[in-house]
Ligand binder design. Sequence first.
Ligand code: SF4
Length: 260
Amino acid sequence: MDVCESVGACRMNPYLKNLTKIEFVVTYACTGRCKHCSEWDHTSCGERIDPQTAADAVRKIAAEYDIKTVMAFGGEPLLYADTVCAIMKAAKELHIPKRQVITNGYFSKNAEKIREVAEGLAACGVNDLLLSVDAFHQETIPLDTVKQFAWEAKKCGIPIRLQPAWLVSATDDNPYNRKTREILSGFADRELFANEGNVIFPKGNALEYLAEYFTDGFPENPYAEDPRDVRCVSFEPNGNVLGGNVYGRDIMEIVKGYAP
Ligand code: SF4
């Protein structure tokens, strides 16, 4: 027997040998218009990834790779909660440990709909809900509605972490960061607390509206991926992934044929 076959390594694409994460930009459509957003203005972008195609891709990739995390984000992914649930349900059935959703928490003003979505997320196995709240999101996203969703999700038993965007650094004293700290403190009475958050990277709107804060050079891009050592496969709403498109080719053909 070939040595590679014996360890099951040769059939894998060497550029993805450390793959442990699958992520979906469910849609670029968004309820927010944040001035720190890396995706510019989110106009004319209502497209979303097809739920069954996405769930199938999770199943096929996880059959070959030791996937630890499946993540859904956007835009605002909960505008298409059915898609998020299809993805997370597949991940739960495959016992993928971390099933993560990043949301701004504002996809409806309707209390019944908010409750329904929270219950749906709990049922499909979301176990790490990252709620983007800070001075930037709350310029256009109503905090009361976000809190309503957070309380419903908490009631359903979903673990929630607040994920603020910091300007310059988490400790920098600027008006945005001061406002963010105030907003975060409004969740403490429900025992919802922030993780370390992320430092805004100058791209898209951030580059246009916040340039004056990036005088000391640009921070490191936290999302940069080494194309020769892909650890996370990322799907766009139109099905683009790893230089191919999942609507045109089987995902495993794309994975096997990937080259930087
Ligand atoms: S930062 Fe998030 S919530 Fe704000 S506009 Fe961009 S995708 Fe939407």
